[in-house]
Design a protein around this ligand. Structure first.
Ligand code: COA
Length: 260
């Protein structure tokens, strides 16, 4: 499928999905969000794709937020629809059955930061800058930011960022747990690729179940989450991968997983 605001490329089992409106710092318009949904659905359906790297085109931005031009013209009802539509797409990413890394290459603001937080993991270039600047526009985050940010960095730090609109750099984002790693700018994509290739060596069904246990489990109370984990733990024992993985360990050889 041809996209206008997204680049889509598959290499070595990784779908590279790139927000591609660099002249507008990859601001997330309706069209960009629709294309993002299509790109993720394409990656979900493609059995050759085992993981995703989401990044922004150009040297300056991952995404500088929702498209403020579009926001400025929305009615209250349209704004609600815009938020619900974006939340649905971010939900698709959060519950994606293959690991998704946000490779944050520059400004990661507002809806951009909300999008990065919906990904399973975040790698930051040392040039990256993060923030929820919505209050500067007289609005609040609408794509799950008030919910995912405190779950990642804690309530006090999340409130500080959301009510101040302050930007933080990559090292501070790392210190407070917003990103997994900070890497030199030119190594951003290659370090994400290297990480995913190590994951691809593991039991594919186990990786999928682990993603589900963490993401769905976090949406439950801890007792329910632990019970859910036990069920998925049991499911893993129904796989050929489990038989192969345990057998290979005992035979002191590398496991040959089939993803079954
Ligand atoms: N929506 C629409 N357009 C945006 C945008 C956004 N969120 N962020 C940047 N742009 C556009 C700018 O209007 C400008 O377009 P122009 O060249 O046609 O005038 C272009 O992208 C480059 O941005 P500019 O502001 O000139 O770059 P800068 O380096 O001076 O500043 C930022 C970078 C990120 C500090 C600044 O662009 C900014 O504050 N953006 C808005 C961030 C925001 O509030 N996001 C939350 C939205 S809810």
């Amino acid at each position: 499928m041809a996209f206008e605001n997204i680049l889509y490329d598959v290499k070595d089992h990784i779908a590279h999905i790139t927000l591609n409106r660099p002249e507008k710092l990859n601001a997330l318009s309706w069209k960009t969000m629709s294309e993002l949904r299509e790109a993720f659905l394409q990656a979900k359906a493609d059995s050759a794709v085992k993981g995703i790297i989401l990044t922004g085109a150009g040297d300056k931005a991952f995404a500088a937020g929702a498209d403020i031009q579009e926001l400025s013209e929305m009615s209250a009802y349209e704004a609600k629809e815009f938020a619900l539509n974006a939340q649905e797409i971010l939900g698709l990413i959060e519950h994606f059955p293959k690991p998704v890394i946000a490779a944050v290459n520059g400004y990661c603001l507002g809806g951009g930061n909300e999008l990065a937080m919906a990904c399973h993991m975040r790698w930051a270039s040392e040039k990256a800058k993060f923030g929820q600047p919505e209050v500067n526009l007289g609005i609040i985050p609408g794509n799950g930011g008030t919910q995912r940010l405190p779950r990642l960095i804690g309530k006090g730090r999340a409130i500080e960022l959301v009510i101040s609109g302050n930007m933080i750099d990559a090292q501070e984002a790392y210190r407070i747990g917003l990103v997994n790693h900070v890497v030199p700018h030119e190594e951003l994509i290659s370090s994400c690729e290297a990480f995913l290739q190590t994951v691809f060596q593991k039991g594919p069904v186990a990786v999928r179940l682990a993603l589900e246990a963490v993401t769905r489990g976090l949406e439950m109370g801890v007792e329910d989450g632990i019970a859910f984990e036990a069920s998925l733990f049991g499911v893993a024992f129904s796989t050929e991968d489990m038989k192969e993985g345990t057998k290979a360990f005992l035979e002191k050889r590398k496991a040959q997983f089939q993803g079954k």
